[in-house]
Design a protein around this ligand. Structure first.
Ligand code: GLU
Length: 452
């Protein structure tokens, strides 16, 4: 590692000592950029890395709303506008009780490179609140969203910053957020937020996009290995929107997802989630707000493993692993089990689902192929960017058109990551390749625009 890179890493650690998740992603990304920084001594003079790790803007605000008992409640809202060098800031909003600045900064930093990888003109941002919609009434969620947007609206716009959903922010929340924005600005500027409902500027395929995109990316990996998805058994975690998209596309392509997980444990369905009934039941489970995956085991009579994660299954049961739930879902002990199982494909889907030591360990396994989330899950934000295009054209594209674009974007992300790693003599290293390809685009744009 070059002296410059080391110095920036140390300084970032010292400056953000109380932000562990943020430091985790900075360390992961910067470490894999070592050969690029070595090849570009001109970056040091203009403090490119120092500027890249520092968000352009952090907005933190109070959100006051009234609950159903007439009691006023106060939450904290965030928007981190990380890097706008290649387009309007773009990234989701997460509503979950554990949201804090470290989490939003980690997600915003990742988003910057992810958005660059899509090849579409979008910068990186993330936002959210420590408000948890689970267990709240519809009216409470609406009042919260209205209060949140009443502060956020002055910082966003179709050419400025375009939020979307993330965990805890689905179609319902996006609808309330947009409604309040429209009410405040007095104009139908629906390009200000994506993931909207179809009647007011949503894009076909957006709900499926992250999951579909992940499977399209997986397909490119399998192709590279002269392999195919036909008959493959896939273990995933989570059972939300992303998991649903994966399950649907995998079933369509002749593979089968055999696990789902929730905060309560995981289910194992040897027949796979391949029927319409099972796939539709995922939506029901999510909409129930119970947040329990055991419901699936009870309904379909399959085994449920309380308090466990689906990472202990052997290669007699599973061919591909796709962690799709949340950050730091796979720790070193799970990574060791996965490596020992002989399973070849480890395809990250959720943002930073693997701890850094676990990721390092998995990358050392010669029999395994590891794909990073910032590439694999980029289909969601890519279709969001296509939603922005449709909004500015005041048109709605057909599902086939959006899907075809999504597929080619995912292929491109895979190929450009593979090529970037190859260029630096790293072989088929999709993790380093994604970091390098994303970084290079943002770096080029920043270098061209002068120092500020
Ligand atoms: N939250 C999703 C992501 O992290 C979607 C963001 C978007 O569509 O802007 O990529």
């Amino acid at each position: 590692m070059s002296k410059y890179l080391e110095r920036v890493l140390e300084a970032t650690k010292a400056k953000n000592a109380n932000e562990p998740e943020f430091l985790q992603t900075v360390e992961e990304v910067l470490t894999s950029l070592a050969p690029v920084i070595e090849a570009h001594p001109e970056y040091e003079k203009v403090a490119l890395l120092e500027r890249m790790v520092e968000p352009e803007r952090v907005i933190e605000f109070r959100v006051t709303w009234m609950d159903d008992n007439g009691q006023w409640q106060v939450n904290r809202g965030y928007r981190v506008q990380y890097n706008g060098a290649i387009g309007p800031y773009k990234g989701g909003l997460r509503f979950q009780s554990n949201v804090n600045l470290s989490m939003i900064k980690f997600l915003g930093f990742e988003q910057t490179f992810k958005d660059a990888l899509t090849t579409l003109p979008i910068g990186g941002a993330k936002g959210g609140s420590d408000f948890d919609p689970a267990g709240k009434s519809d009216a409470e969620v609406m009042r919260f969203c209205q209060a949140f947007m009443t502060e956020l609206y002055r910082h966003i716009g179709p050419d400025v910053d375009v939020p979307a959903g993330d965990m805890g922010v689905g179609a319902r929340e996006v609808g309330y957020l947009y409604g309040q924005y429209r009410r405040i600005v007095g104009a139908f500027k629906n390009g200000v937020i994506t993931g909207k409902g179809l009647p007011f500027g949503g894009s076909l395929i957006r709900p499926e996009a992250t999951g579909y995109g992940a499977v399209y990316y997986l397909n490119e990996v399998l192709k590279h290995e002269n392999d195919s998805i036909e008959g493959k058994r896939i273990a995933i975690s989570g059972f939300g929107n992303v998991a649903w998209g994966i399950v649907k596309k995998v079933a369509e392509l002749g593979g089968k997802v055999v696990t789902l997980s929730g905060p309560d444990g995981y289910i194992y369905d040897a027949d796979g989630l391949v029927t319409e009934e099972k796939i539709d039941y995922m939506l029901e489970m999510r909409n129930s707000g119970r947040n329990k995956v055991q419901d699936y085991a009870d309904k379909f009579g399959v085994p449920f493993f309380a308090g466990e994660k689906p990472w202990g299954l052997g290669s007699d049961k599973v061919d591909i692993i796709m962690p799709s739930a949340m950050q730091n879902d796979v720790h070193l002990d799970s990574a060791k089990k996965i490596a020992a199982s002989g399973i070849k494909y480890y395809i990250e889907v959720a943002n930073m689902p693997t701890t850094n030591d676990a990721l390092e360990f998995l990358k050392e396994q010669k029999h395994m192929i590891i794909a990073p989330s910032k590439a694999v899950n980029a289909g969601g934000v890519a279709v969001s960017a296509l939603e922005m295009s449709q909004n500015s054209e005041r048109l709605v594209w057909e599902a086939e058109e959006v899907d075809a674009k999504l597929k080619s974007i995912m292929k491109n992300i895979h190929d450009s990551s593979a090529a970037a790693a190859e260029r630096y003599g790293l072989g088929y290293d999709l993790v380093a390749g994604a970091n390098i390809a994303g970084f290079q685009k943002v770096a080029d744009a920043m270098m061209a625009q002068g120092v500020f």
